[in-house]
Design a protein around this ligand. Structure first.
Ligand SMILES: CSCCC(=O)C(=O)COP(=O)(O)O
Ligand SMILES: [Mg+2]
Length: 228
């Protein structure tokens, strides 16, 4: 029986275009100036220290790190340090009302229904936990963070690695067969399934003909009794 649903964000709860055409450019345009001015701020300094460790260059200057971060952004590398920094920059955008977190209209009502049925709801995204809380806290549907009891990011591992799903199950103290992962990306679902989880693929745009996961277009098409 499904006892917890863990959802991806980009392409699942949220239009990919919001992430790639609103969030990513917002952070990209501000990143260099932000780091030049704020690199000594404790949370920024910690992310930069993590980046130096990530690239194994303990002496890298702020300018060298900026260059590295631009390379990551160009290639959509899911670096934990980049994701933390993007989240810090996005906070200003959300708080100023420059944008709100996009949610497909079927998402919040179905999350509410599952919550009312007693299911535990969590998020697993490459975006940092703080960035996840911002997107759901300042969403089109208002603050929906009270619906979630757990948030996971790349600190548990990458989304295409089976071990990441084992780590999440351990943290939730639930057996894998009680967990359902929702994502638009087949390779993420493959990894979750190898960890023993149930899976469901959201097809918001193009069909994925290579997938053998159960596919739906909207959250209200997910019937939990299907997952035995
Ligand atoms: C917290 S919203 C921004 C998501 C993000 O930064 C990203 O790279 C998308 O990752 P996902 O794992 O949700 O596909
Ligand atoms: Mg996704």
């Amino acid at each position: 029986m499904i006892r917890a649903i863990i959802t991806d964000i980009e392409g699942t709860t949220t239009d990919i275009r919001f992430v790639h055409q609103v969030l990513f450019p917002y952070a990209r345009q501000r990143l260099a100036d932000f780091l030049r001015h704020e690199h000594e701020q404790p949370d920024v300094a910690a992310a930069l220290a993590a980046l130096r460790t990530e690239i194994d260059r303990p002496q890298a200057s702020v300018e060298a790190l900026i260059e590295q971060l631009f390379t990551y952004m160009d290639n959509d590398v899911k670096s934990t340090a980049l994701k933390v920094l993007q989240g810090i920059i996005w906070r200003t955008g959300y708080e100023n009302g420059d944008f709100r977190g996009h949610l497909y209209p079927d998402v919040a009502p179905q999350l509410e229904a599952w919550k009312a049925e007693g299911l535990q709801l969590c998020v697993y995204s490459s975006g940092s936990v703080d960035a996840q809380k911002l997107l759901f806290g300042y969403s089109d549907a208002g603050d929906v963070t009270p619906l979630f009891s757990g948030y996971f990011d790349t600190r548990v591992g990458a989304k295409r690695e089976t071990e990441s799903y084992q780590n999440i199950a351990e943290q939730l103290i639930l057996p894998p067969q009680d967990l359902l992962f929702l994502s638009d990306i087949r390779q993420e679902l493959d990894a979750a399934r190898l960890a023993g989880w149930h899976t469901c693929q959201l097809i918001r745009d193009d069909a994925d003909e290579l997938s053998d996961h159960l596919q739906v277009n909207r959250f209200d098409q997910i019937a939990l009794e299907t997952f035995l």
